[in-house]
Design a protein around this ligand. Structure first.
Ligand code: AMP
Length: 270
């Protein structure tokens, strides 16, 4: 496994390689990341994993500072997986001397996390455009846990580059809680609660299939979760999985949730 600390290292290493699989991450790796990496190892000639906590996508400075970082452990995990390259850029490798990228979301895009975290996706699309330009991969592996992110990056990146976005399933723990680096910020009690919320939404979604008043049921569910688990919910909505439009039909739809538990913001979809 080669560790690439800057863009010169990266260009040297990737020169002459084709069918490169790219797994962009912010580190603090867990089995969700591992599943993306394994898929890339299977489908690509070479796999490169980046670890970069992108300051531009944090709409809150405290959140950026608090974001868990575990580089030593991450490198051990990547070594064990036999990843070909790990890219650990500095801020200047990504942002210095590069042209400003102007990203404008449509009005229809300003939903879910785009509505609640102002500037977040502009930051994500900006860094993903820059990373794609630098790495020039054939495939980029992304998690369905962050489906809104995946769909936006897919639209912007596939418009300008040949790289294809590959969807990867959400990996959950024993309690059905979606794995997330942010889970490390939760105590046992909150982790337990978050698992119960996930389980309850999985069951809820199954029951919705035969029902007609979906909007009302979701409204009731939102209030029930708020009260029962003492959480602040940014959104709980049923949306189409391809265009993210609000829907009243269960077909091709998922329930999207974002909520704060003990000041930690978690997102998921079912
Ligand atoms: P992050 O390090 O949180 O920016 O995530 C890097 C990539 O891993 C993104 O494409 C995420 O969607 C994906 N990811 C994060 N958590 C999971 C999970 N539990 N299952 C599958 N993919 C995930």
């Amino acid at each position: 496994m080669k560790i690439l600390l800057n863009n010169i290292d990266l260009n040297e290493a990737l020169f002459d390689n084709s069918n490169i699989g790219f797994v962009p991450t912010m580190g603090s790796l867990h089995d969700g990341h591992v599943s993306l990496i394994k898929k890339s190892l299977k489908l690509s000639n070479k796999t490169i994993v980046s670890i970069f906590v992108n300051p531009k996508q944090f709409n809150n400075k405290e959140d950026y500072k608090k974001y868990p970082r575990n580089i030593k452990k991450d490198l051990k995990i990547l070594e064990k997986l036999k990843v070909d390259f790990v890219y650990l850029p500095k801020i200047k490798d990504i942002y210095k001397g590069k042209n400003k990228i102007k990203i404008k979301l449509n009005k229809q895009d300003k939903i879910l996390c785009a509505k609640h975290r102002k500037g977040h996706f502009e930051g994500v699309i900006d860094v993903m455009t820059r990373l794609t330009k630098i790495v020039n991969p054939s495939k980029i592996f992304m998690g369905e846990k962050d489906l809104q992110q995946l769909l936006l990056v897919k639209r912007f990146v596939e418009k300008d580059f040949k790289s294809k976005i590959i969807y990867c399933k959400t990996i959950r723990d024993r309690n059905k809680l979606a794995l997330s680096s942010r889970n490390m910020l939760l105590n046992k009690n909150s982790l337990n609660k978050a698992g119960k919320i996930a389980k309850s939404l999985i069951i809820f979604k199954k029951k919705l299939s035969n029902n007609k008043n979906l909007k009302d049921l979701i409204f009731i569910k939102k209030n029930e979760l708020k009260k029962k688990y003492d959480i602040k919910i940014d959104y709980l909505e049923l949306r189409n999985t391809e265009n993210l439009k609000l829907t009243n039909k269960i077909k091709n739809a998922k329930i999207f949730i974002a909520y704060y538990i003990n000041k930690v913001r978690l997102i998921d979809n079912f």
